[in-house]
Design a protein around this ligand. Structure first.
Ligand code: ATP
Ligand code: MG
Ligand code: MG
Length: 354
């Protein structure tokens, strides 16, 4: 049988591996830790750094197709070892999503609205950009930010030095704060012959920068859903993309859609698909990268996915006893503060009117 290679063995890599295993594939995972969540599912675990060419070559040589679970895969070493083994999604999707300035320039270039932004390298540039954009802004690191890390809110009282210190490093990007009514995300997939499917958008709530819940349909109207799906589809086509993508949006009071960021991978806000759809985002991604037909994205329940962060996982006994809840834990030993340990999706029949 064919072998699917996965760069990254966190919970997303683990859930991709589980979906691949259900289709009978052999799974090779590359991760720096022998105890990573995907280790329990992988056929072969290659323990090593992501940026080491010999290690990456080993993964590519044993795989028929390679994918990844995170957007910070080093592009140069991967490009050097690709050879005859396809990488899905393509390296261009990594380049665009690794750097918030490149990402916003790409999105604006294809006519997709984002927050107003300026690239920032010095305190001087920050001063000018703040005057230019006006109002409340957020300074973010261009690269390696996640779960709201590497961000500083800026108002009249913030000194520029403080702001730079808070985010830790330049280069940075200054974004004008978008006065959104709520946030949503679209999980969409593009297959090898260019066909595109999209799941219903989820309404997302973050606490302390970390995704807490994804609710479908939440307060998302059919009209907003269609526009959001169309924008996700446009992004997939322009990237000549293969696989699943997560697109995060801000929704204005008047329904205006602004893209926050894109994630070239399966996405936390799509975990509900395993409980409410016949084909989860994980299976959909495996289908796309393996050249199988994409599956329908019909949703059979209204649902709320809740992340189990840190100690939340101690409620295991109560969660597993809930009749309308689909529980999924990642097999992480230590329930550290802020660490994603699992998630639970509570479903309601569509007729019940939530
Ligand atoms: P993730 O874990 O989703 O990758 P991240 O660290 O890349 O998160 P962002 O998605 O850029 O961070 O921002 C985290 C959250 O902060 C957003 O979901 C949103 O709630 C808020 N936020 C970020 N940028 C803006 C903005 N320009 N205007 C208003 N709110 C924002
Ligand atoms: Mg992000
Ligand atoms: Mg985000």
């Amino acid at each position: 049988g064919a072998t699917i290679g996965i760069i990254g063995g966190g919970q997303l890599g683990r859930m991709l591996a589980m979906a691949a295993a259900r289709f009978g594939y052999t799974i090779a995972v590359l991760d720096p830790s022998k105890d990573c969540p995907a280790a329990q599912v992988a056929t072969t675990l290659i323990v090593g750094p992501y940026d080491d060419e010999p290690t990456l070559r080993c993964l590519f040589e044993m795989s028929d197709v390679v994918t990844y679970e995170f957007e910070n895969v080093p592009v140069e070493p991967v490009r050097a070892v690709i050879g005859d083994t396809p990488l899905h999604p393509p390296a261009e999707a990594l380049e665009v999503s690794q750097d918030r300035v490149v990402e916003k320039a790409f999105l604006n270039g294809i006519g997709v609205a984002t927050a107003e932004w300026r690239a920032i390298d010095t305190a001087d540039e920050l001063g000018h950009a703040l005057l230019d954009l006006g109002g409340d802004c957020i300074l973010k690191t261009r690269r390696f930010g996640y779960d709201g890390k590497g961000q500083a809110r800026i108002n009249a009282e913030t000194t520029f030095t403080d702001a730079f210190e808070e985010i830790g490093r330049a280069p940075a990007i200054l974004e004008k704060k978008v006065p959104f009514a709520f946030e949503l995300s679209v999980i969409a997939a593009r297959g090898q012959s260019g066909e595109i499917v999209a799941y219903d958008p989820a309404e997302n709530v973050h606490t302390l920068g970390i995704l807490k819940t994804s609710t479908v349909p939440g307060q998302i109207t059919a009209e907003i859903a269609e526009r959001a799906k169309a924008m996700a589809s446009q992004i997939l086509t322009h990237l000549n993309y293969v696989g699943v993508i997560g697109v995060e949006f801000f929704v204005g009071k008047d329904g205006t859609l602004v893209v926050n960021e894109i994630a070239p991978r399966v996405h936390n806000s799509g975990h509900w698909t395993e409980a409410a759809c016949l084909c989860s985002q994980f299976e959909q991604h495996i289908r796309a990268i393996a050249g199988l037909p994409l599956a329908p994205t019909d949703r059979h329940f209204a649902c709320v996915m809740e992340n189990l962060i840190g100690d939340d996982v101690a409620q295991f006994d109560a969660l597993v006893a809930e009749p309308a809840a689909v529980l999924h834990l990642y097999g992480k030993a230590e329930a550290r503060r802020g660490r994603k340990m699992g998630h639970v999706t509570r479903v309601k029949a569509r007729t019940s009117g939530i």
